[in-house]
Design a protein around this ligand. Structure first.
Ligand SMILES: [Zn+2]
Length: 214
């Protein structure tokens, strides 16, 4: 299948860059795409004129059949996109009740969702977890915005990273994930936070905020 090409202007030199797009990424077929997304390389395009790396995010469907994970990336999408995506009603027997359907508005959140699935965590519970640690973090970082707390992991541990806390050396404040608290939230809130099978949801701080009065 021919790839659709979008053209963007290099922010550095003004050169027009042709970007081939992958509207559907099934990582069971292209495992290298998953790695490239996680590494932050997937949406980078080198300007042929000045050599700058230009980030170009575009609408894309990410599918990981092994994880039963389906994520639609709609960069800066319209408010009604979710409703449109959920308009199609499938017969109940056609719905895989274990499959996860998500909408995200930017590449960073796509990476976060992929990482969450890698560790078999529940993104709804993690948003609730963020909600809880928000207050203690907000005091130190008054400019903190919803979406600035991100789940991640390295070789040692899983944690939440405070995105705007960069100290200039590419180091950010992290808060380790407490397994006990996570399990407690799973036990107490999984039912309350249920999403109808087959339905897309944009599970973020706004989503969790609508379910719990702050
Ligand atoms: Zn350029």
């Amino acid at each position: 299948m021919a790839k659709e090409i979008i053209e963007v202007e290099c922010p550095n030199c003004g050169q027009t860059i042709s970007v081939p797009t992958d509207e559907f990424v099934d990582v069971s077929e292209t495992p290298e795409a998953k790695r490239a997304i996680i590494e932050g390389e997937f949406f980078l395009n080198e300007c042929p004129e000045c050599g700058d790396q230009v980030l170009v995010e575009y609408p894309m469907m990410y599918m990981d059949p092994e994880k039963k994970l389906n994520i639609y990336l709609g960069p800066d999408h319209d408010d009604d996109l979710l409703d449109q995506m959920n308009e199609l009603e499938l017969p109940p027997e056609a719905i895989d009740r274990e499959a996860i359907f998500r909408l995200v508005s930017d590449g960073l959140y796509l990476v976060e969702k992929i990482l969450i699935a890698e560790k078999n965590r529940d993104d709804r519970i993690l948003e609730l977890y963020k909600f809880i640690i928000w207050d203690q973090v907000e005091e130190a970082f008054p400019e903190l915005e919803p979406g600035d707390l991100l789940y991640m992991f390295d070789d040692e541990e899983e944690s939440f990273v405070v995105w705007p806390s960069d100290n200039g050396n590419d180091e950010k404040l992290t808060i380790p994930l407490d397994e006990e608290l996570y399990q407690e939230l799973v036990d107490n809130y999984s039912t309350v936070l249920a999403i109808p099978p087959g339905e897309y949801a944009e599970v973020d701080q706004e989503w969790i905020g609508e379910r719990f009065e702050r």
